[in-house]
Write a protein that binds this ligand. Structure first.
Ligand SMILES: [Mg+2]
Length: 378
């Protein structure tokens, strides 16, 4: 391997992947399909590395924007560059197109996967080395049909999953209290976390959160709108349960504000918000340096993004609250990987093979492709 090996080709796909249920959240619903982009970078010698950008239009942005960011604005910064220039390419991409953090996450993942495959090293080795071999998995409970979620709870129990995150704030406070009561009564072996996805109105947020806190969840996540930072700080002060920030904190810049304003006890870290794996590590280290905890969150992802998040968390000891990489196993009708994203006894298994450890299946890429570009003007 030479670090001077050039990147010779870049492919970008926009995929639509069918899902098996509906999920409701404080900021919006997901039904029928999820949209992702996949980028493939090929180097001299023919090796290809892959990365995924998992967009959600109400949260980070649209898949169409991610596709355009990669295909039009980032492509000229990548093709012809050396695989050893990852940091320079990422720095250029940060300024080439504003926002589009999922596109930048996909780019850095593909650069790392490519470098790992060529060098024979897992991505976690390129990110500083490994601190764990497994990561506790949390599955989200968000179906508007409560009976359907109870069936999912039985499946999780059988599979050995022992952490759930109840999505709240989309159907009223009484509905949230009813579900918490039932979960506590019938599933005592589960750890419960609560995530509002900004769903509470500022008028009654403190009262609702205080009542939910009586069920003693591990934490309560993002009860109000992302920009209501002072209110987040007041809610934090009003409860004994840790308050997590998600939509309020995308990257290190937001983390700095969150620390200065005292708005949370911890942060949900997602490579799709930070714009890559190394910036996610930065957020985790900023959090830990002031005594805040960190959780491995995700978007509506396929297995390729789960793998990127797994390698990032495997090399980031500051993330101690587990992960939520459940979609490939429990939400997608079919994932895009050649072999299934590995979860065993409620734990995500950290891959040991080169790069991300698993490649996407080319037939599945073709099957679910809406748009594909290799940069040629057909
Ligand atoms: Mg969240």
């Amino acid at each position: 391997m030479s670090v001077d090996q050039k990147i010779t080709a870049m492919d970008v796909w926009h995929l639509q992947l069918p899902v098996n249920a509906r999920r409701d959240h404080g900021i919006g619903s997901v039904e029928h399909v999820v949209d992702i982009v996949v980028v493939g970078l090929t180097a001299e010698g023919g090796q290809t590395g892959y990365g995924e950008g998992s967009s959600w239009s109400v949260f980070t942005g649209s898949a169409e924007a991610s596709f355009a960011a990669l295909d039009r604005y980032i492509r000229p910064l990548v093709v012809g560059r050396s695989i050893g220039d990852r940091a320079a390419i990422m720095a250029d991409a940060a300024y080439a197109v504003a926002h589009c953090t999922e596109a930048k996450a996909a780019l850095e993942t593909a650069l790392l996967d490519l470098q790992g495959r060529i060098s024979g090293l897992p991505v976690w080795a390129l990110l500083g080395g490994k601190c764990r071999d497994t990561i506790p998995l949390s599955c989200s409970i968000a179906d508007p049909d409560w009976e359907a979620d109870l069936k999912l709870m039985e499946r999780l129990r059988e599979d050995g999953v022992r952490i759930i995150k109840l999505k709240t704030g989309f159907k009223g406070h009484a509905y949230d209290m009813m579900r918490l009561e039932e979960l506590r009564k019938n599933y005592p072996e589960f750890k419960i976390r609560v995530d509002y996805n900004q769903g509470l109105h500022h008028d009654n947020a403190i009262r609702c959160v205080q009542e939910v806190a009586t069920f003693d969840p591990d934490f309560i996540e993002q009860p109000v709108k992302a920009h209501l930072r002072s209110l987040m700080a007041r809610i934090r002060d009003s409860i004994d349960i840790p308050l997590l920030a998600d939509e309020s904190v995308f990257g290190p810049e937001d983390m700095q504000t969150a620390i200065a304003m005292g708005l949370c006890d911890g942060v949900s870290i997602k490579i799709m918000k930070t714009g890559g794996l190394t910036r996610a590590q930065t957020v985790a280290r900023m959090a830990q340096s002031v005594g805040l905890s960190a959780y491995g969150g995700d978007m509506f992802e396929a297995g390729l993004a789960h793998l990127a998040g797994t390698h990032m968390i495997a090399s980031t000891p500051e993330i101690t609250l587990g992960c939520e990489f459940y979609q490939a196993s429990y939400f997608l009708v079919e994932d895009i990987l050649q072999t299934p994203f590995e979860v065993k006894d409620g734990q995500v298994i950290v891959p040991q093979d080169a790069g991300l450890g698993v490649l996407p299946d080319p037939d599945k890429l073709t099957k679910y492709t809406l748009t594909h570009s290799n940069g040629s003007k057909a």
